[in-house]
Design a protein around this ligand. Structure first.
Ligand code: NAD
Length: 356
């Protein structure tokens, strides 16, 4: 009997994460039915402040299943906030959470699901393009340092993507959030867990994100474009879920955690410079991604296409603009602790915003 050899050409491992996606303009109206179908009885709603009206609508749909609401959501899931949410969930005897908002609201729901003694399932209603709703990745910040991990318990059971909820997301926040999602797609082709199935998802995700962003820059409230962006975000999150993270996410994580740089915007400044170094190591995949970006310069290469798109979207393409000081580049290189020469070169160029 022939046996596959580990590491043989063409062999790979891909894990499909389970989950249900309900997609389309107006699907918010289906949240109540989706929750009921899960058979849960006591539901907490976690909602970002900007989603108050949406949370009111969900509360109505939940009827007697509704047990309470948490709306004090902040970035990076501070432990104090997570602990308070855990207490609320325990006291309410919650068996489900509907999280409405961006990565921060979904992150808070994940923190509760991770540590609850009894099972708490998460239903996610994303309003940004960060993609956390598709991943089993959790994060929590304590004393200025963020801990992350992977656990199937935090993976949302149902994700309801309603393009109407992100229709009014300001263009600047949109562009930064899209840069974050693009980073999931791009890095997915060179992490140690990269595989051909993930690559198909990543390339299609990048295509949708680029097309959606270009359309939203022209007409911010274009509902079809908002749907295209959410579809791209869903694929980007899926790519992150299976490929995991690599040099780019680790660098952004370090910069965000240590120097309090804004999470999504940091991706835009760093990604083109990491792509400049990494693309030559996976030339075919990088070429597919570059084509998917659909830029003006067909042969511009992945790094340059990303840089140009981010610039066109009005994003800062230098860490200097985001408030990092030059001496912190050297300090961050030391803190990173590996591949110092490569990391230093990436950060110096990212600090200056040098066109790749
Ligand atoms: P966020 O959730 O903090 O939202 C950004 C801002 O946009 C907030 O002020 C929010 O109130 C506002 N907002 C959200 N939706 C809006 C809407 N539709 N209209 C108007 N304003 C709106 O930021 P984010 O970028 O979505 O998420 C970032 C966080 O998610 C980070 O902590 C990051 O580490 C995490 N993240 C986690 C994963 C994962 O897999 N675990 C993946 C990506 C990001």
């Amino acid at each position: 009997m022939p046996r596959p050899v580990e590491g043989a050409p063409g062999s790979f491992v891909h894990t499909f994460w389970p989950g249900r996606v309900v997609f389309g303009a107006g699907t918010l109206a289906q949240v109540g039915d989706e929750v009921a179908a899960l058979g849960v009885r006591r539901v907490l709603v976690v909602a970002t402040r900007s989603a108050r009206a949406v949370a009111d609508a969900v509360e109505q749909q939940l009827g007697d299943r509704f047990t309470g609401r948490i709306d004090g959501v902040t970035q990076h899931v501070p432990t104090e906030l997570a602990d308070a949410a855990r207490t609320t969930a325990r006291e309410a005897n919650a068996d489900a959470i509907v999280a409405i908002g961006g990565g921060s609201a979904i992150g808070l729901a994940k923190a509760v699901a991770l540590t609850s003694a009894a099972e708490v399932v998460v239903v996610a209603v994303p309003t940004t393009y960060a993609g956390s709703e598709m991943t089993p990745v959790w994060g929590e910040t304590s004393g200025g340092s963020k801990t992350t991990g992977v656990d199937a318990r935090v993976l949302p059971r149902v994700v309801v993507y309603d393009s109407m909820l992100s229709q009014g997301l300001p263009v600047k926040v949109t562009a930064a959030s899209v840069a974050n999602a693009m980073a999931h797609c791009v890095e997915a082709v060179w992490t140690p867990k990269a595989d051909p199935i993930t690559e198909v998802i990543a390339v299609e995700g990048l295509r949708a994100l680029s097309a959606g962003l270009r359309a939203v820059l022209v007409e911010p409230e274009d509902l079809e474009a908002r749907g295209t962006l959410l579809y791209g975000a869903c694929l980007a999150g899926s790519a992150l879920a299976t490929a995991g993270t690599g040099l780019h996410h680790k660098l952004c994580h370090l910069l965000g955690g240590t120097y309090n740089l804004p999470h999504a915007e940091t991706h835009a400044a760093v990604l083109p410079q990491v792509a400049r170094v990494k693309a030559p190591t996976v030339p075919q995949s990088a070429a597919r991604l570059a084509v998917a970006l659909g830029g003006d310069e067909a042969d511009g290469g992945l790094a340059r296409e990303l840089f140009q798109l981010f610039q066109r979207a009005g994003l800062a393409v230098s860490l200097r603009e985001l408030g990092l000081r030059r001496e912190q580049v050297d300090e961050a290189t030391d803190r990173f602790g590996e591949s110092a020469e490569v990391v230093q070169a990436i950060l110096v160029r990212a600090w200056d915003g040098v066109r790749p």
